[in-house]
Write a protein that binds this ligand. Structure first.
Ligand code: AMP
Length: 220
């Protein structure tokens, strides 16, 4: 059986944090489109160079490129049993493309936790977010600061502020989310797979609430 969980929510809602926890708990790969783009930027690939021009502006990377990238990722052997998607789909066209990909894999969208957080909280979170260069560990200078200023607790690498987490771009990203991604809430509600989760809560509590709505067929 192929299981698909889609983490839905605005930038800064905590999709990545929760996806990582779920990934450990369920033994399914965490696939973050943003992380794949950042990896490509780090390695200076053509895809990375192209994606960067959109990401730095807080815009979405075009659908065709993003869809092809995720299709390739889903074809890897570690996705045999299912996936936890974080940051994809982000537009109705991506949602349709995903449904086709899942059909081919013998799967369907099983659960969409929608992590709900007020805009003011999102802005605060993103502007205080620092990310580790090596593996993307995340800190918040107010709520979960690193032990040593600007150094990752886990691997000692430098922490940096993502270009798109800077104040001007954050506002733009939230606008883009409202316009292009928020329609997916209705879409998945109509499909009967959406679960509303309060994201303005401790990390452990958000995780507990997501686990509580996992369909019974998903063992954990
Ligand atoms: P994230 O790490 O999910 O916040 O994504 C960072 C940026 O990567 C976004 O603001 C977009 O520019 C780009 N990106 C990530 N996922 C997608 C997607 N599914 N479609 C288009 N652009 C994306």
């Amino acid at each position: 059986m192929f299981l698909t969980i889609i983490m839905l929510g605005a930038p800064g809602a905590g999709k990545g944090t929760q996806a990582k926890l779920l990934s450990k708990k369920l033994g399914l790969p965490h696939i973050s489109s943003g992380d794949i783009f950042r990896e490509n930027i780090k390695n200076q690939t053509d895809l990375g160079k192209m994606a960067k021009t959109f990401m730095d502006q807080g815009e979405l990377v075009p659908d065709d490129v993003t869809i092809a990238m995720i299709k390739d990722r889903l074809s890897r052997p570690d996705c045999e049993k299912g996936v936890i998607l974080d940051g994809f789909p982000r537009t109705p066209a991506q949602a349709v493309a995903l449904e086709e990909m899942l059909n081919d894999l013998g799967g369907q969208v099983d659960l969409v936790p929608f992590i709900n957080v007020e805009v003011e909280v999102l802005i605060k979170r993103l502007s205080r977010r620092w990310t580790c260069r090596e593996s993307g560990h995340i800190y918040n200078t107010e709520y979960s600061p690193p032990r040593v200023n600007r150094i990752c607790d886990v691997d000692g690498s430098e922490l940096y502020q993502r270009e798109d987490d800077k104040a001007e771009t954050v506002t733009k990203r939230i606008q883009v989310y409202r316009k292009q991604t928020a329609p997916l809430i209705e879409h998945y509600k109509n499909e009967g797979v959406l679960e509303d989760i309060n994201g303005d809560n401790y990390i452990e509590n958000v995780c507990r609430d997501i686990l509580a709505v996992l369909p019974k067929k998903i063992e954990h």
